[in-house]
Design a protein around this ligand. Structure first.
Ligand SMILES: Nc1ncnc2c1ncn2[C@@H]1O[C@H](COP(=O)(O)OP(=O)(O)OP(=O)(O)O)[C@@H](O)[C@H]1O
Length: 584
């Protein structure tokens, strides 16, 4: 029952809807008492043998009228209560999705995609059932059982009612015991479902890798094992359910037996008429559903409660990156490309004892280009991530136009930056929409211009539907180089103060790279650009090049200055030049 309190905020908000729904539900239960009473009256009249056709017709008419009323009442409560549960589903889903959007990347490192999907689907459905089926079952069974009991006492006999309903408390006891076990079992079952979801998601996403490594059989076996484990956990739920259902049947049977023995005795002693006994037996029929409903209700409520706890736990997680220190006065006009970066030390939150950056200091003026080079794992992407505010807990300060980036509202900061990451993501939609994603409602001309600047236009024209070709999961596959250039087109369309390319040209050939860099230089004149790369030709024209090693700047200068220093850069330059020549 706790779940009704947990969902108090929702029922309060939707109280009008639920009041109307519950009223019609109560009317339904009360009208349900009429047919058994009429049956009893008919039986009495038949026994006495003096029922007229007219009386008979009136009674049948009353039953038809009751049936029609029941139809109308059921329609109204269904509309209200099912509508309420759909509303809860909508609100919870919207809340969860907004939360997902707000969370930073550490949240996505803690929770896997399949797990989050399980929360957004299975758990929310279980909670939604509480507001629909749960409310219905609780109210209906309560009103129906109480009103039936009153009808049994008023229209038939209080002694028969007390004796016949003796088995009921045992059922309540069974349901209470069941509830205890179910909460725990459902919690484990939902967690197992999350794990299974994760496994499915990972296997489907990684299907190409699985197949190329010939791991299909092994993965299928691992999946089967996980499914078996999930089913075993679910069996605990079935076990408790299976123990309860036969108990209900047994106790109902007992009620009928008691009624026939004791009710028969009362009829033969002329305390009751045959008609009253017929009504009573029909009333027991009305009690069957509420009796079973207890177990069913506990099932819905415990399941909903376990799922709601899981959803709440997720919603309670706070993003580490917030606008807590933001100055709302700072808007896009306050930001330019003057960047200063002073990081004394930074470590990733999951490995706080290992500093990844130390003593990284540099400044860039609007319009300048920065090159970040260095070995794999040197810290290039980490520098970019700090600028994008993916992590905040560093010692030092990063400023844009003199404002600490933590004081710039996050949406203003991110709008001022175009970022081309190492791994590209394509949405399942057209090429046009994939490019225009960075600036929705862009004119077609602007999209084409961005594609031309990133040397993608001719490739697109050769695709079956041109700019309308579908890409992503449901569409054609693009080559690695095409994906990278699409990502660059996206970033260029945004025309922001700062453009960051993180190893964004690694999959294109040297000639294409130079063509793109050339158009970038024209496009980005007067704006700041950062290029992290392994290919030194990408940064040779940069105003400042930083060579990173183990999170520290080991060399800095222009291309010519670095060549003159005869260090890692000069060495790498020679090697890459040689490789190029050998390649040719
Ligand atoms: N999320 C993370 N949590 C913990 N450590 C991380 C995380 N991301 C990166 N690292 C570590 O930080 C160091 C710097 O990584 P980073 O990705 O910045 O290097 P990089 O120079 O961009 O490398 P690459 O050229 O391969 O892209 C590496 O040792 C890496 O293992």
């Amino acid at each position: 029952m706790k779940i009704f309190f947990k969902l108090g905020w929702f029922f309060k908000k939707e109280r009008k809807r639920y009041l109307v729904g519950v009223t019609f539900l109560a009317l339904t239960s009360i009208v349900n008492l009429v047919p058994p009473r009429i049956l009893g009256l008919m039986a009495d009249q038949l026994e006495l043998g003096h029922i007229s056709w007219q009386e008979y017709g009136m009674l049948i008419l009353a039953i038809i009228l009751a049936a029609l009323l029941l139809y109308g009442f059921r329609y109204f409560w269904r509309r209200q209560i099912w509508g309420g549960s759909a509303e809860l589903e909508l609100q919870l889903r919207a809340k969860l999705f907004a939360h997902f959007m707000e969370m930073d990347r550490t949240f996505y490192q803690r929770h896997r995609t399949g797990d989050l999907m399980a929360h957004a689907t299975n758990d929310i459905s279980a909670v939604q059932e509480v507001a629909g089926e749960g409310v219905l079952t609780l109210v209906d069974s309560l009103i129906m059982s109480v009103s039936t009991m009153v009808a049994m006492i008023v229209f038939v006999d209080w002694r028969l009612t007390v004796v016949a309903l003796i088995p009921l408390p045992f059922l309540a006891w069974g349901a209470w015991k069941l509830g205890d076990q179910l909460h725990d079992a459902f919690d484990q079952s939902q967690a197992a479902f999350s794990r299974l979801n994760n496994k499915t998601q990972e296997s489907v996403s990684g299907i190409k890798v699985l197949k190329t490594f010939g791991q299909g059989k092994e993965d299928t076996a691992a999946f089967q094992q996980m499914t078996a484990e999930t089913i075993n956990i679910n069996k605990r739920v079935f076990k408790w359910d299976s123990l309860f259902d036969p108990l209900g049947t047994l106790l109902i049977g007992l009620t009928y037996t008691i009624t026939i023995i004791y009710g028969g005795l009362l009829v033969s002693n002329q305390v009751l008429s045959i008609g009253q006994l017929v009504s009573f037996i029909a009333y027991i029929g009305n009690m069957v559903w509420p009796m079973f409903a207890i177990g069913y209700l506990f099932n819905i409520l415990e399941r909903g409660s376990a799922s709601y706890d899981r959803v709440e736990k997720l919603l309670d997680e706070q993003p580490a990156i917030t606008d807590q220190h933001a100055n709302p006065q700072l808007d896009a006009a306050a930001i330019n490309g003057d960047l200063s970066f002073h990081i004394k030390s930074f470590a990733y939150p999951d490995e706080p004892q290992i500093p990844v950056l130390h003593g990284v200091d540099f400044t860039l003026k609007t319009g300048q280009t920065l090159g970040l080079v260095g070995k794999v794992g040197a810290g290039k992407t980490t520098i970019i991530q700090l600028l994008l505010r993916e992590f905040d807990q560093y010692e030092g300060q990063i400023t844009l136009n003199g404002h600490d980036i933590r004081e710039i509202p996050l949406n203003v900061l991110l709008r001022a930056i175009s970022y081309v990451p190492q791994d590209n993501y394509l949405f399942s939609t057209s090429i046009q929409k994939n490019i225009a994603f960075s600036k929705v409602n862009s004119a077609e001309d602007a999209v084409v211009a961005a594609a031309k600047k990133s040397d993608l236009h001719n490739d697109i024209l050769q695709m079956p539907g041109g700019y309308n070709t579908l890409v992503g999961e449901n569409g054609v596959s693009l080559s690695g180089g095409q994906k990278q250039r699409m990502s660059i087109a996206r970033a260029l369309l945004k025309q922001s103060q700062l453009l960051i390319l993180d190893d964004a040209l690694s999959a294109v050939d040297a000639r294409t790279e130079q063509a793109i860099l050339q158009s970038l230089r024209q496009e980005r004149a007067g704006k700041t650009t950062m290029i992290a790369t392994h290919r030194l030709t990408s940064v040779m024209k940069a105003d400042l090049i930083l060579v990173l090693k183990d999170g520290q700047i080991v060399e800095r200068g222009t291309h010519e200055q670095l060549l003159a220093q005869q260090g890692w850069y000069a060495d790498m330059w020679q090697r890459q030049e040689l490789e190029e020549k050998v390649g040719e």
